[in-house]
Design a protein around this ligand. Structure first.
Ligand code: ADP
Length: 261
């Protein structure tokens, strides 16, 4: 979509300049459309838990609270939905943080960072009986933005567990070669078809909306990973086969810390 009436050709401007300006207009409209789409998606996603919370609260107030079993069940739903709302707001804030292009470099013990992330996921890992293997040497130190790397690792591990089969496996491995950190998270889960692989990094895109929601997913986890990795001049890729599993590989330029021991 271009607005040709903006710059008439008869004002001494060369054809090339006109083309450049027209291109700019198209680009700006695309950005504008993406922003509008995002706001539309955000509103829609926020509405879902809010509607559930107010609906169940209203039913309780209307008399359902007198049945103890119903009271318990509805309060459980209200609690879960409010947690989803908090997660959504946190994810949206992460995506819209203005300082996201700045990196705060620090020396990070990678194995400890991964172990801490796993600790936070302990309950889901246990419920799903997933076996997690960490193939990272304890003395691997990298100089990078710790907060960003933590979030990347957490989101990838979250998905590797959530989209796994019962009693499946997750392997997280990392090496540094020539100041490049390669971090791979592999799972034995449901897998992702090639067509879907092209879209999963988009904001709010989910292969199976119901399943993602059920797991507490916001549809923003991988969009956040992609954005953080980009802001660190890195790269993220996925290899996957439906019914077999997926491997997400993040490559980041890092400083190398001294090796202890
Ligand atoms: P969500 O909150 O829905 O998990 P993400 O952005 O993290 O959002 O992921 C987007 C979609 O990609 C998910 O809904 C899921 O369909 C798919 N996906 C992500 N990670 C995996 C994985 N390890 N295995 C299979 N599917 C995955």
């Amino acid at each position: 979509s271009v607005d040709a009436s903006v710059i008439p050709l008869n004002q001494g401007i060369s054809r090339l300049q006109v083309l450049v300006i027209l291109y700019d207009v198209t680009y700006l409209r695309q950005v504008e459309k993406m922003q509008l789409d995002f706001v539309g998606n955000v509103s829609h996603e926020l509405k879902t838990p809010v509607t559930a919370i107010s609906g169940f609260a209203e039913t309780l107030l209307g008399g359902a609270k007198n049945d103890p079993a119903t009271l318990d069940r509805f309060l459980g739903i209200i609690y879960d939905e409010s947690k989803r709302l908090t997660q959504l707001i946190n994810d949206i804030l992460t995506l819209s943080r203005p300082d996201s292009n700045q990196n705060v470099a620090a020396s990070v013990a990678l194995k400890k960072l991964v172990d801490d992330a796993l600790h936070n996921l302990a309950k889901v890992i246990q419920d799903k009986q997933v076996r997690v293997e960490v193939a990272i040497t304890p003395d691997l130190l990298v100089v990078t933005d710790e907060r960003k790397l933590t979030q990347i690792v957490r989101n990838l591990l979250n998905n590797a567990v959530f989209y796994n089969r019962l009693a499946g496996h997750v392997t997280i491995s990392a090496q540094v070669v020539d100041h490049q950190l390669s971090l791979a998270v592999a799972d034995t889960g449901i897998g992702i078809s090639e067509t879907e692989q092209a879209r999963i990094f988009e904001r709010f895109y989910r292969v199976d909306k119901a399943r993602s929601r059920h797991n507490g997913g916001t549809g923003l986890g991988l969009a956040i990973v992609a954005e953080l990795v980009k802001s660190m001049d890195g790269h993220v890729a996925v290899h996957s086969q439906v019914g077999v599993g997926s491997t997400f590989t993040v490559t980041l330029p890092v400083g190398e810390g001294p090796h202890r021991g």
